[in-house]
Design a protein around this ligand. Structure first.
Ligand code: FES
Length: 540
């Protein structure tokens, strides 16, 4: 859509330049009411546009205007129809100003379009920028949206509606991180860091849906019933589960009404390495921030990710989960020895499961603290060579995010169990599986005490300031990595604010300190080649 001139109100004509200053080969630049304008005389017609190229600001008065009235910016070759402002090659459109000639001078109507019109235009252009994963343009359109008086939440609501059915496997880290980016934005003061956070939120969504077609959800409705919902998820029936969700929303039920059933479904198995519960927490927070109009798209996307979730409790290493959960005493008697992190550190999944169920008599929060401290110690002791090596099997594709997930899952678990305490047993046992799984990738020569000392956070205020600076200006190409820096730091910060025993607090802060110093290996070309050759070699 070309940049339209103002359509309402009274024209505000401003004398711009004497008519005889304009020559066909000599455009003129003027500054009027704070606006930089370029004026051209083209085949007897006077045309005026913003002198700053909407791409990166090159002065268009220096551009090349051809016989068809196409103005080319000489910096990166974007081309504009100077009569309408439409971009013929490039991205953002060009602002055009109405012109009149009077008293031997050129006059411009410098009114801005009404804010609502500018917002709508910025949103439309943002759609285009997201469809192309053009992060610089996403930032520019968000800046224009803000200048028109709108918050990035408006763009996020629209972005969620426009993308939720293009996530083939359902919700990804993009929506979860979007919530975290906006929360970080709330805490920042400068315009640029705040815009960077909003841009990251939208850009990650654009990245995850780039060139994806739509995978429609069913529009069927069924009366809401929590047992039927659990059964539909259990049988991986997306249409059945979505119909129940559609029915619930049509019955005017909202997230808070459905949350108990959703959380139980998320924790029904050790699945998707904890993402189901992590995502649910972010869905709740997004709905709290953005309102009920995002309930349906978010819940449908989340539901799809749960239907397609991997089932780690079917893998040999984690198969003990169901029987251990069944062994959890129905009414645990208080007492017994409260386990510390030592009881869980560097132990197999089976051992950690058993140690966790043995602690069932302790307060769940105390067991939680010990498991979280063990998770943090593991991150601190992670032998990075496992993340870097090229000759490992696919089963041992382990990286930093396997360790950070233990902390973000734990954080989501604590939040959920504050609302539904009966979920502690499955949640603690799933946290135990993170701890047990990660035990296999530790540096045997690195003691937890040494690692904690090395990465200790002594000044928390300074540390959080440094963490925010690292996260906002991350410089990492794939959005999933800074998203994990952000979510892990944010989880640990929230945990420390909620209250942690000294051991867990010290280890968790040190762990996130180490994580923020990591230089992520974002691609594994040689490892992938080794694994592909191994696979192909065994197929005949
Ligand atoms: S600044 Fe004009 S095309 Fe890039």
């Amino acid at each position: 859509m070309p940049d339209e001139p103002p359509t309402s109100g009274v024209a505000e004509w401003t004398r711009a330049v004497e008519l005889d200053r304009l020559q066909p080969s000599r455009p003129v630049a003027v500054k009027l009411r704070g606006k930089h304008v370029a004026l051209f005389l083209h085949q007897g017609e006077i045309l005026a546009c913003n002198n700053r190229c909407p791409h990166e600001g090159y002065p268009l008065v220096e551009g090349a205007l051809d016989a068809d009235c196409v103005l080319t910016c000489n910096w990166h070759n974007w081309k504009f129809d100077l009569k309408t402002g439409a971009t013929l090659y490039g991205g953002d459109n060009l602002r055009i100003y109405p012109v009149k000639v009077e008293d031997g001078a050129v006059w411009l109507d410098t009114r801005d379009p009404p804010p609502a019109e500018r917002m709508e235009r910025a949103l439309e252009h943002l759609d285009q920028a997201m469809a192309e994963y053009d992060t610089a343009r996403i930032a520019r359109e968000l800046a224009r949206l803000g200048k028109a008086g709108a918050k990035p939440e408006l763009a996020l609501v629209r972005g969620i509606h426009g993308t939720h059915a293009r996530l083939r496997d359902g919700m990804t880290h993009a929506y979860a991180a979007a919530e975290a980016w906006l929360r970080l934005r709330d805490a920042l003061a400068g315009d640029a860091p705040r815009l960077a956070c909003a841009t990251e939120a939208l850009a990650h969504i654009a990245f995850d849906t780039l060139r994806e077609r739509t995978y429609p959800f069913t529009a069927e409705r069924a009366p809401w019933n929590a047992e039927d919902f659990a059964a539909a998820i259990e049988s991986r029936d997306e249409d059945g589960a979505a119909a129940l969700l559609n029915g619930a929303l049509a019955q005017q039920l909202h997230f808070a009404d459905l949350e108990p059933a959703l959380a139980e479904a998320a924790l029904a198995h050790y699945n998707d390495f904890g993402h189901s519960l992590i995502y649910l927490m972010h869905v709740r927070r997004l709905i709290e921030r953005l309102g009920t109009e995002v309930e349906k798209p978010l819940l449908l996307a989340w539901l799809r990710s749960l239907v397609y979730a991997t089932r780690e409790d079917l893998l040999p290493d984690f198969r003990g989960y169901a029987e251990t959960l069944a062994a959890w005493p129905a009414s645990a008697r208080p007492g017994g020895m409260l386990p510390g992190a030592d009881a869980f550190e560097e132990q197999s999944p089976r051992h950690v499961l058993n140690a966790t169920v043995a602690a069932a008599g302790s307060a769940p929060l105390d067991v939680y603290f010990a498991l979280m401290e063990a998770s943090a110690r593991h991150l601190l002791r992670f032998d990075e060579r496992h993340a870097l090596r090229t000759d490992n099997s696919a089963a041992n594709n382990v990286g930093w995010l396997d360790f950070s997930h233990a902390l973000t899952f734990g954080h989501a678990l604590r939040q959920q169990c504050a609302r539904q305490p009966h979920l502690w047993p499955p949640g603690l046992l799933q946290l135990a599986l993170f701890v047990g799984r990660n035990s296999g990738y530790l540096d045997p020569n690195m003691a937890a005490r040494t690692a904690i000392r090395e990465w200790a956070v002594t000044d928390e205020t300074a540390f959080h300031e440094r963490a925010i600076a690292t996260i906002v200006d991350h410089g990492v190409g794939l959005p999933v990595f800074p998203a994990h820096w952000l979510k892990t730091w944010s989880a640990v910060r929230d945990e420390t604010a909620a209250g942690l025993p000294t051991g867990a607090r010290t280890a968790m802060l040190a762990a996130v300190n180490r994580l923020l110093a990591v230089r992520f290996k974002q691609r594994h070309a040689l490892r992938t080649a080794h694994q592909a050759l191994g696979m192909a070699g065994k197929e005949d």
